[in-house]
Design a binder for this molecule. Structure first.
Ligand SMILES: C=CC1=C(C)c2cc3[nH]c(cc4nc(cc5[nH]c(cc1n2)c(C)c5CCC(=O)O)C(CCC(=O)O)=C4C)c(C)c3C=C
Ligand SMILES: [Fe+2]
Ligand SMILES: [Fe+2]
Length: 364
């Protein structure tokens, strides 16, 4: 089997570009069981996501999960679907364009593209397109503020799997996380302060992060610690007293023990204890999606109110808010460092060598 993909060779006669690739989790193409099933199959077959022996998990997945979950899930997706598509995709695209415009207005010209780890547009396809555009230096930006093997490292896997097929690989850098970057903390604080200026303050602020199996913490994944650090820094910045805020973990999947406390049971307990108003922010999600809009904004809201709570405010993710885009661009510029956005075609000597090779009829 040929090691390299049957693609045109790298175009040394073109300007060479720096690329910024934003990668989000992925989402179904439509809110239907037919579209949700292949998305879930791909997502839940990633060994970074489910750490069970392959034969065992594939049996469970095909016998118990794929026959039922897509149908129930499609209804949930339908309840949050936007005219332009799935919120996760719509906000990821808007964030990408906002960054691109931000840089264009300042005379910079990196290629700014987005891809999905699961589903479309895939990392492989977007990278192949960027290669055609002259990609020479690549900044990979998994859209997860906190590092987690299931998310961040899985994006790394997808990028590496594609680059393994290239003869001529680009310079490469991965943005590992930004959980404690002052610009991210400030943007989160600002989103809360803006909400509170309009609606007053809650009795309790809940900072809800996506859950993970508890075992991954015991195995050394830094995710849990990074979530807590983000939350502590936000609380410090807002001068919140210890009893005014709480970290919880949402979106539990399966029967194993996950990171605790769980978001929904905590909200129900607070309501029973007489907490009248909660505000929930999900700092671990770069963009709004099913897990924030439906699970928090709808399911958790209902659970809190039914348990006796009086007011539930869901505070949206940073998405493409201008005050975040500006700070995120600066954060990414730190990672781009001295890389130029565009450099002239490869030097004459290299071009002469390629011309000689061609003249000798060498296959590239
Ligand atoms: C074992 C399963 C899962 C792990 C581990 C997991 C980690 C994890 N996920 C996100 C971010 C998102 N997850 C989303 C949806 C989603 N997540 C799981 C399962 C695990 N996630 C499932 C099965 C689903 C699909 C919906 C459902 O069936 O409940 C999404 C939203 C996608 C969308 O289309 O809107 C995001 C985003 C993180 C950050 C994370 C680990 C830190
Ligand atoms: Fe998830
Ligand atoms: Fe969920």
């Amino acid at each position: 089997m040929a090691r390299y993909a049957p693609e045109p060779p790298f175009r040394h006669d073109r300007p060479q570009r720096t690329g910024v690739l934003l990668v989000n989790l992925g989402t179904p193409a439509a809110p239907t069981p037919e579209a949700v099933r292949p998305f879930l199959r791909e997502f839940l077959s990633d060994p970074r996501v489910i750490e069970l022996p392959r034969w065992l998990w594939q049996t469970i997945l095909h016998l118990f999960i794929l026959p039922r979950r897509p149908k129930a899930n499609a209804q949930k997706y339908a309840s949050i679907w936007l005219d332009e598509g799935s919120p996760l995709e719509v906000y990821t695209e808007r964030l990408t364009h906002a960054l691109e415009s931000h840089w264009t207005e300042r005379g910079r010209e990196p290629l700014v593209r987005w891809a999905m780890r699961y589903g479309e547009p895939s990392v492989a396809k977007v990278l192949a397109r960027m290669k055609e555009e002259g990609l020479r230096r690549l900044l990979v930006v998994p859209l997860y503020p906190q590092y987690c093997a299931s998310t961040t490292a899985s994006v790394f896997d997808a990028v590496a799997a594609e680059l393994m097929r290239w003869r001529d690989v680009p310079e490469l850098r991965l943005v590992r996380h930004w959980h404690d970057d002052p610009r991210y903390i400030e943007a989160l604080a600002q989103t809360l302060e803006t909400h509170w200026a309009q609606h007053g303050r809650p009795d309790k602020l809940i900072l809800s992060f996506h859950g993970m199996p508890r075992r991954t913490l015991e195995l050394g994944d830094p995710y849990h610690c990074e979530c807590h650090k983000t939350a502590r820094l936000v609380a410090e910045r807002l001068r919140l007293a210890p009893d005014q805020w709480l970290v919880t973990f949402q979106s539990r999947f399966g029967r194993a023990r996950w990171l605790e406390p769980y978001t929904q049971p905590t909200l129900e307990r607070l309501a029973r204890e007489g907490v009248a108003r909660v505000d929930v922010l999900c700092p671990g999600f770069a963009t709004d999606c099913l897990e924030t809009l439906e699970e928090i904004g709808m399911e958790c809201r209902t659970a809190f109110l039914e348990a006796g709570g009086k007011q539930f405010h869901y505070v949206p993710c940073l998405n493409d808010s201008p005050f975040w885009v500006e700070r995120f661009a600066a954060l990414l510029e730190d990672h781009l460092g001295q890389w130029p956005d565009r450099t002239p075609a490869t030097d004459e000597e290299q071009q002469a060598r390629l011309a000689r090779a061609k003249a000798m009829g060498a296959k590239q």
